[in-house]
Write a protein that binds this ligand. Structure first.
Ligand code: ARG
Length: 465
């Protein structure tokens, strides 16, 4: 019988795959980046096949040697992959068979691309989690360094983007440190979720040979073995978790970027982003635009889109493997590339940003930011808080009418609003005293912020994220 379809799976076909369908379904353009994981997985699998008595030790040795050569060839760019072989798995198997003939054809016994591909992706995700966590730590180090450097700088804290209470700039910066700490935890959790060996699940029902999956897991660095083959070949939840962690990280990056964009306006003038991370306008000569921060804010949308893409791919799939799952990879890779590029540039940009301490502090002195402290003064002298709130509200209205700051009110003026005020009231009206008064765990008092910085440095130095 004439060979009509030359594919590795072509036996039952009478016609070859249409060129258009071949191109349409090929994933080699993007999954080639899994080649290392694919080869490492195949080497371990060849060893497992000795135990399963599918391969002799000599055959396995031959396969492993050839695979190692292919790995070197690919790493150096000497070997290029071809789209006619569909995906990275078929390419490598084809190369193997071209190298060693018959023996190479034995490797795929008991295995399927369905358990192979997700094994590769799990290894890949585990590796990328460690990379990303390292990059987050670097960014956190920049934040802690800046917090340390600016420990004396007072700024207005905002709610509703209205001046609310004075805080230390360091406290503000350390808020982002906390967000990124949670992000690290979530990436690590996604890494733990990925840390399951799927190989040995076969196409869907379990490998038909006696594969020692525990040994395979050990060799490939997985700490657990999947418990249900149907679930194993179709589960991409770990990718969702990874993309969700990335989405939250990008949310935090985007919030920080938004602040940099606002703070660098002429109106705020709290920061000056370095020339190195800003661009000019092709028409307006005076412009200096915070493009890098804006792009980082924009790229959050891209990562959210990737997360949605993966969720949507998964939602209608019957068990077990479906080719739709091939579409997970471009989204996953885009998440990885985007997050890594953003994290890499962000620390640099922040470290080169100039914080205008005087402008920030001056802003904290205008806008009645210590009004709450004034109300608390009354509370400490027995006035119920709601009443104190109303009294200070009237004082603020009076200040507004007479264009005056709270700090400059005389005792006589204050006494008109409440007889409770005495000479010591001036002590609570400055931004400095307001901050010093927040001496509580998590508060903005300098001692607490210094503590937070110290704790952060210790955490960053330790192996744990
Ligand atoms: N390229 C495929 C993917 O990424 C590999 C698995 C193909 N399996 C199959 N039965 N067609 O999902």
């Amino acid at each position: 019988m004439a060979e009509k379809n030359k594919k590795a799976w072509g036996g039952r076909f009478r016609e070859p795959l249409a060129k258009t369908a071949e191109e349409f379904s090929s994933s080699i353009a993007y999954d080639s980046r899994l080649f290392k994981q694919d080869i490492v997985g195949s080497i371990a699998y060849a060893r497992a096949l000795i135990k399963a008595q599918v391969l002799s030790a000599a055959e396995a040795k031959k396969i492993i040697k050839a695979l190692e050569e292919i790995m070197r060839g690919m790493a150096s760019g000497r070997i290029a992959l071809k789209s006619e072989f569909e995906d990275v798995h078929m390419n490598i198997e084809t190369l193997l068979i071209a190298k060693i003939g018959e023996t190479g054809k034995k490797l795929h016994a008991g295995r399927s691309r369905n358990d192979q591909v997700v094994t590769d992706v799990r290894m890949y995700v585990k590796y990328e989690v460690t990379e990303i966590v390292m990059l987050i730590k670097k960014l956190q180090t920049v934040l802690v360094d800046l917090a340390d450097k600016h420990i004396k700088v007072i700024m207005p804290g905002y709610t509703h983007l209205q001046r609310a209470q004075p805080v230390l700039l360091s406290h503000h910066l350390m808020a982002y440190y906390e967000m990124f700490s949670r992000d690290k935890e979530k990436f690590l959790a996604a890494g733990r979720e990925a840390d399951v060996l799927v190989l040995g699940s076969g196409a869907l029902a379990g490998a038909g040979f006696d594969i020692d999956r525990e040994a395979l897991a050990k060799e490939l660095g997985f700490s657990r073995v999947s418990r249900n083959s149907l679930d194993a070949v179709s589960d991409r939840d770990f990718i969702v978790s990874f993309a969700a962690a990335a989405s939250l990280l990008m949310t935090h990056i985007s919030r920080l970027s938004e602040e940099l964009v606002i703070w660098s306006t002429y109106e705020f003038n709290f920061v000056e982003i370095s020339d190195r991370y800003t661009t000019g306008s092709s028409i307006m000569p005076q412009k200096k635009n915070p493009d890098v921060a804006e792009l980082c804010r924009g790229k959050a949308g891209r990562v959210f889109g990737d997360l949605m893409r993966i969720l949507t791919i998964l939602k209608g799939l019957p068990l077990a493997y479906n080719r739709d799952l091939q579409e997970d990879k471009e989204a996953l890779f885009d998440v990885i590339d985007t997050v890594k590029s953003v994290l890499s540039i962000y620390g640099e940009m922040l470290a080169a940003t100039k914080f205008n301490a005087e402008v920030m502090t001056a802003a904290a002195r205008k806008g009645y930011l210590t009004a709450t402290d004034l109300a608390y003064y009354l509370v400490r002298r027995g006035v119920p808080f709601r009443e104190a709130h109303a009294i200070v509200g009237q004082i603020v209205a009076y200040c507004e009418e007479s264009n005056m700051q709270l700090e400059y009110l005389s005792l006589t003026q204050l006494k008109q609003f409440s007889p409770v005020f005495t000479y010591d009231v001036t002590r609570v009206l400055s931004a400095e005293s307001s901050i010093a008064n927040r001496d509580i765990p998590g508060g903005t008092a300098a001692s607490r912020v210094k503590e937070a910085i110290k704790r952060a440095r210790k955490d960053l130095a330790s192996d744990k994220a």
